[in-house]
Design a protein around this ligand. Structure first.
Ligand code: SF4
Length: 902
C-alpha cells in the first residue's frame, strides 16, 4: 500500500504547500516493494524551479520506463518547511511514495548551480542520510551527482560516493540497474564502487589521491590510490550519447500543479553549441553539438502540448538560432501551434539573424517582449569573449523587431570580463541606448529596453578558467556606473546580486578544501544561497575566514603552467585548444563559430543554398580541433537530411505581407461577444489537491479543457487560455464536495454525460466533475449567487457533541477574533447571525471519496454540520469555525465544505 503524505496535517501552515503534495498529472507512482532499484532524483532548489528542469524530466521518464526500477522526485524544502519537518522529527520524503531519502538505493543530485550546494547537505540531513561519504554506513544509499557542475566536483568530493560526468541517458539507468542488482546480490559498498569506478563517466573521489600543487596552490587530484592503480582510470572521461534521436524527449512528464518558472512545454532541440563563447561552460562541456531531427521535434512538441494541455511551447538549447534547420522548423511549428491556440515562447529564441518569415509570424501573436544576449557592450569586448555578433547585427535586429510592432526588448550583458575597462562598461548602456533610439525611429512612442547585467564568474573547462575574477567593490562601482548611464539613455537597469557572484567564484573553481567551508556554512544555517532573500553573505565570510584558506587561489589569476582542481575530469577538450582560445582573447581576436562555413552567421534554410555551398563551391566547415573530433562530413549530411525532411528545398524569395495577419487576435476578441453557449459546471476538489491555490486551480482547469480538446472562448493576452469564471476562493487544505465554474463555448453541448466523462478523463486526482447546467447571460455569477456554505467539522471528543450544538444554538452572540486584511489587525466579530443551522452526525459519502478526503482531513467520525450565511461572496471562515469550537474545548480536524446553497 502507498504511504501517506507525512506533512498533510500541517501543510496549511507553510508557504506554497503545493510544493509538497505530489500526485500531479502523469506522475509515476510505482509499487515500492516490487522495485529492485530505487533512485531519488533530487533537485537542490524549490519545486517550481526543479519541475522546470529538463534533465529531471528525461531521467524520471528513462528510469521509470524500466520494470523493476523506480525514480521518485525530491526537491529542497523552503526554510519554513524545513523548520516544520525538523520540529516534528520527520524526514524529507519523495513526492511519489513519500519515502525518506535514506530508503532509496541511490540519492542523485542534479548540479546546475554552485550556490545550491548547502541545500544538498541539508536535503541529505533531512532525508536521514549521513553527510560525509567516509562516514556513510554499509546500508545507506549511494549519494551521487551529475549535471554541468559535476565536471568540477571537488568541493563536493567529501559528500559524494560517486560523480556522474556527462549525459545521464543510458548511463544513469545502467547505474541504477547495476546498484539495485548488486545490492540484491549482497555486494559490499566498496565492491560496488570499485566496479563503477571502471565505467566511463564515473568518478569515485575516495579512490583518488590529492596534493597541493605548488604553482596553482590548489589541492589537485594527483592520481588513483596505489591499490587501484592500473584498474581505475587516472582521468575520468566524460560520457556522452552520440545520437539524441535514440532518446526521444518525454511528452508525458508530471505537470506541476502550481506555477513553475517555465510554465510551458519545452523540447530540447540540441545539446552542445559551436559558437565558442569563451566564458560559457555549457558551450564547452556539451560538445560536440548533437541535434534532434526537426520532424521529431515537431511531433514531440505537438504531443507534449496536447498531453499536457499547455498553451505555450518552447525550444530549448544553448543557441536556438544556431540549430541547423531553425527556419523551416520554427515556421512549421508556428503554423501548427496557431491551429492549436498555442504560442511559441519567444524567450527561447534568444538570438540574432532570425529569418524575416519567422519574425513576421511571431509578430502576428504580438508577444510583448523579445530577449537578446549580446553579453558585452563594446565590439572589442565581444571579440574578447568571442561573441560573434556586431553592433550592426544588434541594431538591425532592433529595427526588425520594433518595426513589427514590438514595444519591449530585453538585453543581457555581463561585467567583470577579462581585460574589461570602464569604456566597455559604459558601452553596454550606449549600445542599449542605440537599440532604444531605433525603436523610436520605428515609431514606437515609449519603448522599454531592459538591460540585465550579471557579473562574470570564470568557470572550469573554459578558455577563461585561468582568468581572475572581478572583486566585489569593483562590481559595485561598475554597477553604479551602469546605473548612471541607464538613466541617461532612459533604460531599465537590472543587476545581479554582486555578493552571490563573489562567492560563486570561490565554489566554482574550488578544490576539496572548499567542501569544509560549504559544510561549515550549512551547519551555521546557510540555505538557498542563490536566492537574494536567503543568502547570508556575512555567514559565508565568517566560514571562509575560519577555514584559513586564501581565497585568492580561486579568485585570482591562475598560473597556466600549474595543475587545476578539475584537471582529472576529461570533458573532451584539449588543454591546447583552451590555451589558444585564452591567448586569442587577450589579443581581442575572434574565433568564428565552428561547424559552420567561414563567414556564415546562420545555417542554410534550404537544400538549394546548402548544396551550392558544399557541392558547387566545395566549401568546408570551420573546425579548431578542440578535441571532441566532430564528424564534419556527417554534420553536413545530417543537415541535408533535416532540410529535405522539412521539405525546405528551394531558396524561394520571401515577400513580406503588407499587413500582418490578425487571425488570432480576432479570435480572442470573440471573448467579449455574448454569442455561444454558457454552462455552469459543478465539481469537487478534495484531498491533497486542496493545497493548490485558487489561481493554480484555474490553470489546472484550463489545462483539463485543453487536454480534453473541448473548444471554449479564450482569455485576453498573449496566452490563449480557456475563459473560465470561478466562484469564491477556497481556503487552502479545505476539501469541498461542491464548487462551480462557468464556461462559454462556441458549440452547443448536447451530451452532458460524455462532456463530464471527457473532463474527468483528463482531470487531476481529487478533482471530480459532477454536473453541468445550462445558464445564460442573465444568470448571476457564482460569486453573487452563493447564499450559504455548508461545512462539516470533524470532532474527536464526540461525547460533548450534543451539549456543544445546543449551547451554540441557544447563545445570542458568538464573538470571535477575526483577522481583517483591510485593517491588517484582528477585530471582534459576532458570527452568531451567520450560523443558520447546526446539527451533528457523520458524513455519508462513498468509500472512494472518503479515502481521498481522508488523505488530508480525517473525516470518518462524528462531527458538527454548520450552515453559514454568505454575504457578498464571504461568510465565516473555516479557520474561524474551528478556532471557535476549539475555544469551547472541542478537538477538531480540518473542516470539509459539503455544499453551497445558491
Ligand atoms: S571538433 Fe571542431 S567542429 Fe567539433 S566542436 Fe571542436 S572545433 Fe567545433
Amino acid at each position: 500500500m502507498a504511504s501517506r503524505n507525512p506533512y498533510s496535517s500541517f501543510l496549511d501552515s507553510v508557504e506554497k504547500p503545493a510544493r509538497y503534495i505530489g500526485g500531479e498529472h502523469f506522475v509515476v507512482r510505482k509499487d515500492w516493494d516490487k522495485a529492485i532499484s530505487r533512485v531519488a532524483l533530487c533537485f537542490p532548489d524549490t519545486y517550481e524551479i526543479g519541475m522546470s528542469h529538463l534533465g529531471m524530466k528525461i531521467l524520471y521518464d528513462e528510469i521509470n520506463q524500466h520494470e523493476g526500477m523506480l525514480a521518485e522526485r525530491v526537491f529542497a524544502p523552503w526554510v519554513d518547511m524545513e523548520k516544520e519537518i525538523r520540529s516534528r522529527g520527520l524526514n524529507l520524503v519523495s513526492l511519489e511514495n513519500f519515502k525518506a531519502l535514506s530508503e532509496f538505493h541511490i540519492v542523485g543530485f542534479s548540479l546546475q548551480y554552485e550556490m545550491s550546494y548547502t541545500n544538498i547537505l541539508n536535503m541529505l540531513d533531512l532525508g536521514g542520510v549521513t553527510i560525509l561519504s567516509s562516514e556513510r554506513g554499509e546500508d545507506e544509499p549511494f549519494v551521487i551527482c551529475g549535471g554541468p557542475c559535476a565536471t568540477h566536483p571537488e568541493p563536493l568530493a567529501p559528500f559524494m560516493d560517486f560523480v556522474v560526468v556527462g549525459d545521464g541517458e543510458k548511463l544513469f539507468s545502467k547505474i541504477t540497474h547495476f546498484v539495485g542488482e548488486a545490492r540484491a546480490r549482497g555486494l559490499k559498498r566498496t565492491e560496488i564502487l570499485f566496479e563503477l569506478s571502471q565505467w566511463k563517466g564515473i568518478y569515485v573521489p575516495a579512490f583518488y589521491e590529492t596534493a597541493i600543487d605548488p604553482m596553482t596552490r590548489m589541492e589537485v587530484v594527483t592520481g588513483v590510490k596505489p591499490e587501484f592503480s592500473g584498474v581505475v582510470p587516472e582521468r575520468v572521461q566524460r560520457y556522452f550519447v552520440d545520437n539524441l534521436r535514440e532518446y526521444p524527449f518525454p511528452t508525458k512528464s508530471p505537470i506541476p500543479h502550481m506555477t513553475a518558472i517555465f510554465d510551458r512545454f519545452s523540447v530540447e532541440l540540441a545539446r552542445g553549441c559551436t559558437e565558442g563563447c569563451r566564458f560559457c561552460q555549457a558551450g564547452m562541456i556539451y560538445r560536440p553539438v548533437r541535434e534532434r531531427n526537426p520532424e521529431n521535434v515537431v511531433q514531440m512538441m505537438m504531443d507534449g502540448l496536447k498531453n499536457g494541455g499547455f498553451d505555450e511551447a518552447s525550444l530549448t538549447c544553448l543557441s536556438t538560432a544556431d540549430y541547423s534547420a531553425v527556419t523551416p522548423l520554427v515556421i512549421e511549428l508556428l503554423d501548427k501551434l496557431q491551429k492549436e491556440n498555442a504560442t511559441l515562447g519567444i524567450s527561447s529564441l534568444r538570438a540574432y539573424g532570425l529569418d524575416e518569415r519567422i519574425l513576421d509570424k511571431l509578430a502576428e501573436v504580438k508577444n510583448s517582449s523579445l530577449t537578446f544576449a549580446p553579453e558585452a557592450g563594446s565590439q572589442r569586448m565581444r571579440d574578447v569573449i568571442n561573441k560573434n555578433v556586431s553592433e550592426e547585427d544588434l541594431i538591425k535586429t532592433a529595427e526588425s523587431v520594433f518595426s513589427r510592432g514590438w514595444t519591449k526588448m530585453k538585453l543581457y550583458f555581463m561585467i567583470g570580463l577579462p581585460t574589461e575597462d570602464d569604456e566597455d562598461v559604459v558601452a553596454i548602456m550606449e549600445t542599449a541606448g542605440k537599440a532604444r533610439q531605433k525603436a523610436r525611429d520605428c515609431g514606437v512612442k515609449n519603448p522599454t529596453v531592459t538591460v540585465s547585467v550579471s557579473s562574470f564568474v570564470p568557470k572550469p573547462h573554459t578558455p577563461f578558467q585561468w582568468s581572475d575574477m572581478i572583486k566585489l567593490p569593483e562590481i559595485e562601482r561598475k554597477q553604479n556606473l551602469l546605473k548612471e548611464h541607464a538613466e541617461k539613455y532612459r533604460l531599465n537597469f537590472r543587476k545581479h546580486f554582486s555578493k552571490i557572484s563573489a562567492l560563486e567564484g570561490i565554489v566554482a573553481r574550488g578544490d576539496r578544501r572548499v567542501g569544509n567551508i560549504i559544510l561549515n556554512a550549512w551547519k551555521k544555517g546557510a540555505r538557498f544561497d542563490g536566492w537574494d532573500e536567503t543568502f547570508d553573505y556575512n555567514l559565508w565570510v565568517s566560514c571562509v575566514e575560519e577555514s584559513g584558506l586564501d581565497t585568492s587561489i580561486f579568485l585570482g589569476t591562475i598560473p597556466m603552467n600549474g595543475k587545476l582542481a578539475w584537471d582529472h575530469i576529461d570533458v573532451g577538450l584539449t588543454d591546447r585548444f583552451l590555451e589558444i582560445e585564452w591567448k586569442k582573447a587577450t589579443k581581442n581576436r575572434l574565433s568564428p563559430p565552428c561547424g559552420k562555413v567561414a563567414g556564415m552567421i546562420v545555417h542554410h534554410s534550404n537544400l538549394e543554398t546548402l548544396e551550392k555551398t558544399f557541392d558547387v563551391d566545395k566549401r568546408k566547415l570551420v573546425c579548431y580541433h578542440c578535441g571532441v573530433a566532430c564528424d564534419l562530413k556527417g554534420m553536413v549530411e545530417e543537415r541535408r537530411d533535416f532540410l529535405s525532411g522539412m521539405k525546405a528545398i528551394k531558396d524561394e524569395p520571401y515577400v513580406a505581407p503588407e499587413k500582418l495577419k490578425k487571425d488570432i487576435i480576432d479570435f480572442r476578441e470573440k471573448r467579449n461577444q455574448t454569442v455561444g453557449f454558457k454552462y455552469r459546471i459543478e465539481f469537487s476538489k478534495i484531498g491533497p489537491i486542496t493545497f493548490i491555490s485558487h489561481l493554480d486551480l484555474q490553470k489546472v482547469m484550463q489545462r483539463v479543457f485543453k487536454r480534453a480538446n473541448l473548444e471554449t472562448y479564450y482569455s485576453e493576452g498573449y496566452h490563449l487560455r480557456p475563459l473560465l469564471s470561478f466562484g469564491p476562493a477556497l481556503t487552502l487544505g479545505i476539501s469541498s464536495l461542491t464548487e462551480y465554474f462557468d464556461v462559454r463555448v462556441p458549440n452547443e453541448w448536447t451530451d452532458f454525460k460524455s462532456i463530464l466523462a471527457k473532463l474527468q478523463e483528463h482531470s487531476e486526482p481529487g478533482i471530480i466533475f459532477k454536473a453541468i447546467e445550462v445558464i445564460d447571460n442573465k444568470t448571476p455569477s457564482i460569486q453573487d449567487s452563493a447564499k450559504a456554505f455548508n461545512y462539516f467539522v470533524p470532532v474527536k471528543n464526540t461525547e460533548r457533541l450534543n451539549e456543544i450544538v445546543e449551547k451554540i444554538s441557544s447563545q445570542e452572540q458568538i464573538l470571535i477574533q477575526s483577522y481583517s486584511k483591510k485593517l491588517e489587525t484582528f477585530v471582534e466579530k459576532d458570527i452568531k447571525p451567520m450560523l443558520l443551522k447546526l446539527t451533528h452526525g457523520k458524513l455519508n459519502l462513498s468509500e472512494d471519496i472518503l479515502n481521498i478526503i481522508d488523505e488530508v482531513s480525517p473525516c470518518r467520525g462524528d462531527g458538527i454540520f454548520i450552515t453559514s450565511q454568505v454575504t457578498q461572496g464571504s461568510g465565516v471562515r473555516p479557520s474561524e469555525l474551528t478556532a471557535f469550537l476549539q475555544g469551547e474545548g472541542m478537538e477538531t480536524d480540518r473542516p470539509i465544505k459539503v455544499g453551497i446553497e445558491i
